[in-house]
Ligand binder design. Sequence first.
Ligand code: BJ8
Length: 431
Amino acid sequence: MADYRELWKSLDMDLEKHDKLCEVLPEFYEDVYLSQKNRPEGMNYYNFVISEVHGLRIKELDDHKQNGGKVLGTFCVFVPDEIIFSADAIGVGLCGGSDFWVPDGEKVLPRNICPLIKASVGAKISGTCPYFQSADMLVGETTCDGKKKAWEILNDYTPIHVMDLPQMKRENDKKHWKDEIKLFMDKVEELTGNKITEERLNNAIKLINRKRRVLQRLYNTRKADKLPISGKDALLITQIAFYDDLERFIQKTEELCDELERRIEKGVGVFPENTPRILVTGTPMAIPNWKIHHLIETSGGSVVCEETCTGTRYFENTVKENNKTLDEQIDALTDRYLNINCACFTPNEGRIDDIIRLYKEYNADGVIYNTLSFCHTYSVEYKKVKEALDKEGIPVMMIESDYSLQDSGQIKTRLEAFFEMLKERKSAYAK
Ligand code: BJ8
C-alpha cells in the first residue's frame, strides 16, 4: 500500500491513534471475510476497496478538493445525495460502525445511547477517521433524539447543517420536507459556489438511480434458491456504496452481478442446501459492523436480505427522472425520500408491509429483528412488527446488541436454537 501518512497529517489526524485502528482492521477483515469459502471472484474489488479504505479513496477526495471541489459527510439515507452531486460535490456516508470509536464518543456523550452515535462522534473527536477529516461540511438530520442532540456537540468540532426531517407523512409534512430540501440546496450552492441547474440535477438523479438499480440487481440474485453470494458480502457491498466513486462502484457491481447470474444458471451456491434463509430487519450496520451477519452465517444460517438503511431502504424506489422544471425535480426527490420507512416515523405501518413483502420475495424462513442497544425507535417498534409477523405465521427473533463482541457467544447459542427450529418447521411443512 502507498504511504498516505503525509496526506493523513495534512488532514490533521491523530496518527498514533490511527495506527492502532489500522492494526486491527486487516486481521478482523481476514477473520470475517477472507475466511469464507467459494466467494465470487468479483469480491476481489471490494477486498481491494477495504484494503485502501483510508488510502486511495481519501486521496481521490483530496484530489477533488485540490481541484476546488467539496466533500460532504452524511449520516442518514434521508439526505438526498442528488443535491450534493449536482453541485459537483462528493457525498460520503459517515456513520461509525466500529467499537474502536465508542470510548471517545463516551467522553462527550452519555454512555446509555446508541453505539452508532457514540462511534460517529468518537470518530470525529479522536481525529482518526480520514473521511470525517476530509468533509467540508457535515449534514445531520432530526431523526432520533440521540442523533439530533449529538449534532449540537459535533458542531463544536466542525460545521454541520441539520435537515429537519418530519416524523409523520401527512401533506404538510411533505411540504415541509420539500422546503428542507430547498434549504439544503441553498446551503450546498453556497458552500460549493456552484449553481444547481435543472440539467445538473437531472444528471445527478440519473446517476444515483443507476447506483440504486445495480444494488437492486445484486439483491435480486439473493432471491435464488442457491445463494450465489453470502449475506456478509452483500452487506459489505452496500456499505461500500456509501463512499466509493459512483461510476467505478456501478461498473464493478454490474460485473459482479454478471458473475452471480452465471452462478445462478449453473446452480452454484455458497451455503449447503437447507441452510435457513434469514431476512434481517432493523437498525443500520455501518462499516465495519459485520457482527450480526457474521454470527448468523457462522451459526448455520444465511442472510438473504436486509430491511435496513444499509440494505433495501437505501436503494428501493428510484427518483422519477426527466422532470421538466427544478420544482418538479424537487417534488420527485421529496416523494422518493419520504417513502423510506424508518422507525423514527409515526405511525410506521409501511415498514411492517415491507418486512412481510421482503420475507416473501426472498423466500426467507425467518426474520431476525436486530436493534442497536438504546435505539428506542427500533426497539419500541418491535412489538408492532412481531404482532404482524405472528399473524402471518412468520418466525421472528429479536437481538439487541452493541458493537462489542462480549455477547457473541450468547447470541450464537440463541441463533443456533432459532435455526434448528426453522429447519424442523420447514421439514414438517415438506411432509
Ligand atoms: S433512516 S435508521 S439512517 S435515522 S442513530 S435511529 S440506530 S438510535 S440510524 Fe437511521 Fe436514518 Fe432512520 Fe436509517 Fe437508532 Fe442509533 Fe438513532 Fe439510528
